[in-house]
Design a protein around this ligand. Structure first.
Ligand code: HEM
Length: 145
């Protein structure tokens, strides 16, 4: 049961992040203002689903792994703080700032700065996608054992 919850939460978190990243990238190509507003609103609200999913993934992961040892488990554990800190310190604040920008609440007329923030979001989002993918890969290895 707990393993099923771990797997489901992990997949939900991964799909949220991939959808955020892909939509952000599309807004770089498609400059439509309404589409940008839609994407920023989607990311802002779905971010809370992703945070909940990551927390559930981490809590259940550590519970399942309590008595387990070995390099695969250690690598999964080591990645977790980076995933969490990247989300909390970089991606969440950027999602809030860019949502407010799309509502024309802040950073009006500062497109240069906004472009930089969007680029930072794509880079750090890609880092988290890679880290989560590695945890999924290692999770599948553990399951096979
Ligand atoms: C974002 C972080 C994580 C993701 C995306 C993730 C993903 C996964 C996935 C997809 C599986 C395969 C489940 C299955 O096929 O039933 C798995 C298994 C597993 N994960 Fe994670 N995981 C994460 C974090 C952690 C952490 C922090 C730990 C604790 C060290 C952990 C421990 C385990 C264990 C022990 C298994 C094997 C479960 C079993 O044999 O039933 N995971 N993980």
């Amino acid at each position: 049961m707990i393993s099923k919850v771990h797997k489901t939460a992990a997949i939900v978190a991964f799909l949220c992040l991939v959808s955020f990243w892909t939509l952000s990238l599309i807004t770089e190509i498609n400059a439509d203002k309404a589409f940008f507003g839609f994407v920023r609103t989607y990311i802002f609200y779905t971010m809370f689903v992703m945070i909940a999913a990551i927390i559930i993934t981490a809590v259940t992961g550590f519970k399942i792994a309590k008595k387990m040892r070995g390099p695969i488990i250690e690598n999964k554990k080591k990645r977790m703080p980076f995933i969490g800190l990247n989300g909390a310190i970089v991606l969440l604040p950027l999602a809030i700032i860019l949502f407010m920008y799309s509502n024309e609440t802040i950073l009006k007329g500062q497109e240069g700065m906004v472009d930089t923030l969007r680029l930072i979001e794509l880079i750090f989002g890609a880092i988290n996608i890679i880290l989560i993918s590695l945890n999924i890969k290692d999770g599948l290895k553990l399951k096979r054992k």
